[in-house]
Ligand binder design. Sequence first.
Ligand code: ATP
Ligand code: MG
Length: 420
Amino acid sequence: MKIQAIRGMQDLLPRQQAMFVHIADTVREVFASYGYEQVGLPVLESTGLFKRAVGEATDIVEKEMYTFEDRNGESLTLRPEGTAGCVRMALQHGLTYNQIQRLWYMGPMFRHERPQKGRYRQFEQIGAECFGMAGPDIDAELLFMTARIWQALGLQDDISLELNTLGNSASRQAFRDALVAYLQAYKDDLDEDSRRRLVSNPLRILDSKVEQTQALLVAGPVFQDYIDAESMDHFAQLRRLLDDQKVAYRVNPGIVRGLDYYNKTVFEWVTTSLGAQGTVCAGGRYDGLVEQIGGKPTPGIGFAMGLDRLSLMLEERFEARPAADIYIASMGDVARHQALLLAERIRDALPGVRVMVHCSEGKFKAQLKKADASLARVALVIGDEEVASDAIGVKQLRGDGQQASVRANDIIEHLQTLFS
Ligand code: ATP
Ligand code: MG
């Protein structure tokens, strides 16, 4: 039997990996322009962290985590999301103590879900978390920043913002009670998942994709009616900032997010171009989370974007940079020796220029075919003749295919002109 990758765990071939790097580079630059600092977090955490932070009754903790016992019998979990670990880190190192923080991270997350396009069991996220800021200004800044990222990626016309407020925990509790009381009467008409959630996580029923369940909700209690005044004011201020910065959004009361820790502002950036996997970035405020994990009450807000989905959106328009700018072909032992040393001289003198040496036997014709396929602009050719005359053949691979013979001593200067 052939060994294959584990279901839902993708290999990223060079073009796809290049897209991920392009997205990460773009995001890194935008983050930097807002003063965010990058942190690195472990992929493994104790299972208890996610139970406590994400919530026992969430899909993630109920059925999606990769949990195992290590050799010491300790229960560990491959992180399904980044916020819990980031909060754990901030607490452990005292980063939230009388300080404000704007942090970001990237890396793989793991969830045992049903794999399909845009939904994998290992997927890549970039996340940001802010600590110590309670006002709507940081919520707005976070959304300005994400809008700027879509702009920088050229995706601004394909991604739109959906916004909601969940109020404080008392208003959430009051609405939850009203929702449960209302739905109890229609219990038998609910889909199976929603019936289960009626007990475990009723707010998630609002998220249901089942039509009949959505139809039942229409006549039910309205979340907005239960939101506390302070949260409504926070939401109004946030909306005013978004309006003034001309960041378009739709208020969508159906956005409740799957995790327990959110309050006040929640949002999703969505696209219609990826079918059912339409959310490319999601987040919200989590003012109770730091305390829930054992710290002093500290306001927080964050989001995570999925690189797998963003790269699917970029797929058709992405142009990878060629692997080589200069390809060196050579014939014979002496020439091959020279080729490798010449490549090093070029890399010394022309930083940033990509040099690929053929590094194996082969007729010149075959080598030049490889040079062409590498999309390099220039092939350098060293054969017997060039060795004898201390010269190097320079062949333009794009455009008119011009060829020249350049003295070995002048080759660096020649290339400097070509690539300046
Ligand atoms: P969904 O509703 O699509 O399951 P989610 O609410 O579970 O998403 P979050 O936990 O908020 O997702 O994660 C933030 C982002 O990470 C998502 O918007 C998505 O882009 C990406 N993401 C989440 N799960 C996956 C997955 N299994 N495969 C690929 N990307 C994912
Ligand atoms: Mg999910």
